[in-house]
Design a protein around this ligand. Structure first.
Ligand code: ZN
Ligand code: ZN
Length: 815
């Protein structure tokens, strides 16, 4: 029976600054409801009166028709005394706007796209059109609340037309803070920093061009092979014609970037399809509001110059995600290189003056605009792995959206986790939400570390965050950990140091919504290096773990890293160390002296290295999966002398393995399992197989394939052995996979297939990187878990549970 009633509806999640209230208004009017909607400190509050049927219909539609950028986490409804309203209205916000929800930047929406391409619209060809469903957000925020005055759009007072749209609930620009048009908004211009040899059509003024002329001239330059710096959404890009090998080489030379692949932008899917056969999942991802760089197999009919992604079989493509990029690419029928505008490993340039000083040697011209970038944010990088998106670099479009904390974490303290060293991020926990920062870069670069510190301050301001607990990696030399120590001392805050691979596993558990008091999982963390709790270097770990602690039950067999970090730069060192530690150098020479590998290694300073190994000087033991990949890649002649970036050899090895599949006639290499207390995954049988193959001059792709599938098989056998021999008081049926080596698609997909065949549930990363970019989230989870436990005596009994070794309760945080 229909009853007229008044209800109060509380909506939590990402519901502010995303066009939520106008949607509520529209749906309420549609359903004939009266009442009001407004923002407050907890999200959106709705009070409405109407027939119960209409209200329930309204609630259903609120979920199914929520605006694209919103994320509803929770809706609570409560019946009030009957109230009368004249109509349905959008009321003033109540102070204390929710500041743990800053929306990520979103790619230009279909409506804005159509508008800038329609000559009859007033925003025709306007590079800064946006609305409540799209456009800049995080990249322009300086302070909260998210109002125009607190963004870099404060410099552009709205014109009368924009203001009308801003005030009209039925308009899709209702309360769109970055609203702009050609009359009142930002503008573009072109600067030519050095006299160029690239001819422009007659009529172009060579010095400073504005508006359409600037755009047309930049396009002309790009078509003629020039390098153009383009100020985008979260920073500068360097662009050139990706199909022009000379232009690509010129850009590499000037940028001093020799090994790493370049990202590309193409105007639409049809252009990308010439180079890559797209799957439906890849198409969806390319066209999503996050619009990331998607790593694709370069298996199309047309080929790109080898200078785009040297040695790799993948290429990173994105679609234009701002009207500016749309207006540039739509006139160019081929992909453009769109690589971050920086010098070698420094952070992407965001400011005009830094571009003029830093990029003038690289770019022939610069397409500038005057909307300042408050927060540098790189393009995100995503790959479809095991059938779903896996974020490898989490930045534009993804950060800083909050990662919901699973059950049991409601009392998490306000804390700050400092992350790792490479691909660094940090994590803020506040009001029960975890906010993982955007990708910062490698902190060993001085300017990246400065930028990381600047961003820590910025987040503290944006989120009004004053942590009462700090968390860092155990590694004594990580700059992030040193900074955390200094800050803990200066502000008299408790600091918790967390083991690297435990943080990887906790990050994976948290992302998968595993509750605080769930049974432990078997974590498999494989990566380059992390500091172990026994003082050695870890990087191939099997941990029984929950959020609070872990027990190391297995590892890759440790091998010396000859020369420490030198072994990362010169992969042949790992090959030598593996051969010497496994088969033994003398045996290798006896049996395989005719191999090119033997001749090659003999040219190296082996006596010096042997002395280092004898004296134990600068040869730390490492149970690292990354170094095993380096050793195998170098044995096959990939990046043997020098790796330009960590993991280069592994990426090239993966590219070669793509065409190989195991068969009855051709099986993967074997790995052995040795040890008793601590089980070791021992690669010795694999090396024997590989050397035999080398002696028989087997094809390199076959050896690369046998290694990949062999490693997956070896890890599966290790898991089976652990389940058979380690006694636990819980059922070990869940495996969490984390660490940078799981960026390897072949390894991850094969391992998941094998483990699922054994009846195991596999937890994988999706929106949080499996590499060190996810560490900060895991650190936050571990610190929160230990804090909750230490402040709840009822649960302390569990902490001393016999099988744990890794968990010490957190020092009591101050309130
Ligand atoms: Zn839009
Ligand atoms: Zn305007």
């Amino acid at each position: 029976m229909e009853v007229r009633q008044t209800v109060e509806i509380r909506v939590r999640g990402t519901v502010q600054g995303v066009g939520f209230r106008p949607t509520v208004w529209r749906l309420a009017c549609d359903e004939g409801l009266v009442g009001e909607v407004f923002n407050d400190g907890f999200g959106v509050l709705i009070r409405t009166t109407g027939n119960s049927g209409a209200i329930s219909q309204f609630l259903t539609r609120l979920h199914s028709e929520a605006p694209p950028l919103s994320q509803i986490e929770n809706v609570e409804t409560q019946v009030l005394n009957l109230q009368d309203f004249e109509d349905f209205r959008i009321a003033e916000s109540v102070s204390g706007e929710n500041c743990t929800r800053v929306t990520p930047d979103a790619a230009v929406c279909a409506a804005c796209r159509a508008e800038v391409l329609d000559p009859s619209e007033r925003r025709y060809a306007y590079p800064f059109a946006n609305c409540t469903h799209c456009g800049p957000r995080f990249s322009i925020v300086k302070e909260v609340p998210y109002d125009r005055i607190n963004t870099t759009m404060a410099d552009f007072p709205m014109c009368a037309s924009c203001h009308r749209e801003y005030l009209q609930p039925a308009d899709r620009r209702f309360h769109a803070q970055p609203i702009a048009c050609p009359v009142c908004g930002p503008t573009i211009w072109l600067e030519e920093e050095c006299p160029t040899n690239f001819s422009l059509s007659p009529g172009f003024d060579k010095l400073k061009l504005v508006g359409h002329q600037a755009l047309d001239s930049a396009i002309e330059l790009l078509k003629n092979g020039a390098v153009v710096a383009i100020r985008g959404l979260g920073g500068f890009h360097l662009a050139c014609d990706a199909t022009n090998p000379e232009a690509v080489q010129r850009l590499r030379r000037r940028k001093h970037r020799y090994g790493k692949p370049f990202a590309l932008m193409a105007r639409d899917l049809n252009v990308i399809r010439r180079y890559c056969n797209l799957t439906p999942a890849e198409e969806d991802l390319l066209q999503s509001p996050e619009a990331p760089i998607v790593l694709l197999s370069a298996n199309g009919t047309e080929k790109l110059p080898t200078g785009i992604a040297p040695g790799l079989s993948t290429v990173g493509f994105m679609l234009p995600y701002t009207p500016l990029h749309l207006l540039i690419t739509r006139q160019i029928d081929r992909p453009l290189v769109m690589t971050s505008g920086n010098i070698s490993d420094e952070p992407q340039v965001t400011r005009l003056d830094n571009a003029r000083s830093g990029l003038r040697e690289i770019a022939d011209a610069m397409l500038m605009h005057d909307r300042e970038i408050a927060n540098r944010i790189d393009d995100s990088v995503v790959r479809i792995v095991a059938g779903r998106p896996s974020v490898m670099r989490r930045a534009r479009g993804y950060a800083p959206s909050a990662v919901p904390l699973p059950g049991g974490f409601a009392d998490a303290p306000d804390l700050l986790a400092f992350g790792g060293e490479l691909k660094a991020t940090f994590c803020v926990v506040k009001d029960g939400a975890a906010i993982l920062s955007q990708h910062q870069g490698d902190l060993e670069d001085v300017s990246t570390f400065e930028d990381y510190q600047k961003n820590l301050q910025l987040y503290s301001k944006i989120y009004d965050h004053r942590p009462n607990l700090l968390v860092a990696d155990m590694h004594p030399e990580y700059l992030s950990a040193k900074l955390a120590k200094q800050r803990a001392a200066a502000e008299n805050l408790p600091l918790l140091e967390v083991q690297h691979h435990h943080a990887h596993i906790a990050s994976c558990m948290l992302e998968n919504g595993i509750a605080l008091d769930a049974s432990p999982v078997l974590g498999i963390a494989i990566d380059g290096l992390g500091f172990g709790d026994d003082g050695t270097i870890w990087g191939g770990e099997f941990l029984l773990a929950d959020y609070r602690g872990y027990r190391r039950v297995g590892a890759f067999k440790p091998v010396p890293m000859v020369g420490g970090v030198q072994a990362i730069r010169e992969p042949w060192r790992n090959t030598y160390a593996h051969l010497k530690a496994g088969i033994g150098w003398d045996k290798f020479v006896e049996r395989f002296s005719t191999l090119a590998l033997h001749r090659y290694l003999s040219t190296k300073p082996l006596p010096t290295i042997n002395r280092m190994l004898e004296t134990g000087l600068n040869v730390p033991l490492a149970s690292s999966c990354g170094r095993l990949f380096d050793a195998v890649a170098a044995a096959l002649g990939l990046c043997a002398d020098q790796a330009i970036f960590e993991g280069q050899g592994a990426m090239e090895l993966e590219a070669l393995a793509e065409s190989w599949r195991p068969s009855a006639a051709d099986s993967p290499y074997d790995f052995a399992i040795t040890g008793s207390e601590l089980l070791y995954l021992d690669p010795l049988p694999m090396w024997k197989g590989l050397l035999e193959d080398l002696a028989e001059q087997a094809a390199v792709p076959r050896m690369a394939g046998r290694f990949h599938y062999g490693l997956a098989k070896g890890i599966r056998e290790m898991v089976a052995r652990i389940r058979a021999t380690v006694t636990t008081d819980f059922s070990l049926d869940t495996v969490a996979l984390s660490g940078g080596c799981f960026q390897n698609k072949i390894l991850l997909e094969e391992l998941v297939r094998l483990l699922e065949a054994d009846g195991l549930r596999c937890l994988l990363h999706a929106k949080v990187p499996t590499n060190d970019g996810g560490l900060a989230l895991g650190q936050a989870a571990i610190a929160a878990a230990r804090h909750i436990e230490s402040s709840n005596p009822a649960q302390v009994a569990r902490a001393s549970c016999a099988w744990f070794t890794g968990g010490t309760p957190v020092p009591q945080a101050r309130h």
